[in-house]
Design a protein around this ligand. Structure first.
Ligand code: GLY
Length: 294
């Protein structure tokens, strides 16, 4: 059995790259803190990075202020279609679902798929799989928040964790883009695009304009830069590539040493993080954050 060092871990979550109205800033910080705390509880009890990331994303999915799970934005037909994914850096397994309408917490279906050879299931096929695995289903209307607490155009949630074993996990969940074409799928459920995790390197979870993130393979680009750079410099390299197609995005990163950083070119990007040696904290813009040593 590997020795468990629950004293060394790190977790970061985000609530989407977007414009946050001033009256909703505190709610975004609070939501991120609650998600971080859900993950921290698991990590300090010796739980895995996957378990912590799932717990944190569930909290964000359940909070209608974020565009994921309950409170997701509607597509052009007025329907909610959710995407979610999780990647295990210990064996590079990925579970992902897309365009699901009846899964209360899409991240749960993604986690259930981790142990399966299939990487990505969509729509009814994903819902049938979720039902077969005991994942809670719901009626499509149950994903609607009344009134919708999230502004139009708001984006994905995500999480990156390194646990006491040195295992890394990255996760995403989203309701997609407001008013999108029905059936449209963005970057969030696609490994190498919206997320990536690899033990010995680190992990990343992204938010932003999915088509641009897919075209630039942004998570893959960031991970390759992370092999030789700090999280901040690796994020910078990925944003330089994104600039070739011009789009707004946000990135959260943890490297194999547990160093944390985040970056965005959107006006706002709600983020919360904590580490074994650092209390939980949350911000809505990178410029507010004095850095992980503060
Ligand atoms: N980043 C979420 C999406 O484009 O669907």
């Amino acid at each position: 059995m590997p020795e468990i060092d629950t004293g060394r871990w790190a977790i970061i979550v985000h609530g989407g790259a977007k414009d946050i109205p001033p009256q909703l800033e505190a709610r975004h910080r609070q939501g991120c803190l609650m998600a971080v705390e859900a993950g921290v509880r698991i990590l300090t009890e010796g739980g895995s990075a996957i378990q912590a990331a799932q717990a944190a994303v569930r909290v964000l999915e359940d909070d209608p202020v974020f565009n994921a799970g309950h409170g997701s934005v509607k597509n052009a037909d007025g329907d909610i279609e959710c995407d979610a994914a999780i990647m295990d850096g210990s064996d590079l397994s990925v579970g992902a679902v897309a365009a699901v309408r009846r899964i209360r917490n899409p991240i749960d279906a993604a986690v259930a798929l981790l142990s399966d050879k299939t990487v990505l299931l969509v729509a009814e096929g994903a819902e049938r799989f979720a039902r077969a695995r005991g994942v809670a289903l719901c009626e499509p209307k149950d994903l609607q928040a009344v009134p919708q607490a999230c502004d139009a155009g708001c984006d994905t949630v995500g999480c990156v964790v390194i646990d006491g074993y040195g295992d890394v996990a990255a996760a995403t969940s989203t309701g997609g883009l407001d008013g999108a074409r029905p059936g449209r799928v963005g970057d969030s459920p696609l490994p190498g695009c919206g997320l990536s995790a690899e033990n010995g390197v680190g992990g990343v979870s992204l938010s932003g304009e999915g088509e641009a993130i897919i075209r630039t393979g942004m998570a893959h680009c960031l991970m390759r830069a992370l092999e030789f750079n700090t999280p901040g410099d690796a994020a910078k390299a990925a944003f330089e590539r994104l600039a070739r197609v011009g789009a707004e995005a946000g990135a959260i990163v943890i490297d194999a040493e547990g160093r944390i950083d985040w970056m965005h070119n959107s006006r706002d990007f709600a983020v919360g993080y904590a580490r074994h040696d650092m209390a939980a904290r949350a911000f809505t813009r990178r410029e507010q954050d004095p850095g992980e040593t503060a």
